[in-house]
Unconditional design. Structure first.
Length: 192
């Protein structure tokens, strides 16, 4: 049985799957969903393009005040997995990756004021995005559950370089560029 499980992780094998990222850092937390494609270049190296989408929950804005903005985070990464041992049912690996992250911030702001003894409300939409080059590194472990199903558990840290400069306010820009965030992932892949 171990011999048949080894076969799915060898050179030339492909995989498609999902990730569930959970992250935190700088007053933010998030849980998301992602998709990935895996290709084993050799028995010791795998590449993995991935995309993740996460609603972000913020505790504080850049002034330390609790805010109620609706944040989102999207990542598109090209990852490399360097396996630390030959193909077998359980294999640890080092993960290195780079790509792009987009932080988004949106809210509908309501202002109520008195006018001629009546109360009137005005609504305005706040929308802000920041695109950044990002990079991450971490450790993971690949578990062969069946001949075609694998589970990956990863712990990574990621950061973003200077953003695109398109942010309309300091909220997005301040909270993300150059800060480190920690992400745990649970992933599943169908290999063929």
């Amino acid at each position: 049985m171990a011999f048949s499980l080894n076969g799915v992780a060898q050179k030339g094998m492909n995989g498609i799957g999902i990730n569930i990222p959970v992250g935190t850092g700088d007053g933010f937390t998030w849980v998301g969903v992602g998709v990935k494609y895996q290709y084993n270049i050799s028995d010791y190296f795998r590449i993995e393009p991935s995309f993740e989408y996460s609603p972000v929950y913020s505790k504080k804005d850049y002034l330390g005040v609790v805010d109620d903005y609706n944040y989102i985070k999207m990542n598109a990464f090209l990852n490399g997995h360097i396996f630390l041992m030959a193909p077998r049912p359980i294999r640890p690996y080092v993960l290195l990756g780079a790509g792009f992250t987009q932080w988004g911030c949106a809210d509908i702001i309501s202002n109520t004021y008195a006018s001629n003894s009546f109360y009137q409300s005005e609504y305005s939409v706040y929308d802000d995005t920041e695109e950044c080059f990002s990079y991450h590194a971490g450790l993971g472990c690949d578990f062969r559950l069946t001949h075609n199903i694998a589970m990956q558990i990863e712990a990574t840290a990621f950061s973003s370089a200077a953003g695109s400069g398109t942010a309309k306010s300091a909220i997005v820009d301040h909270n993300h560029n150059g800060k480190w965030y920690f992400v745990g992932r649970l992933g599943f892949a169908y290999t063929f």
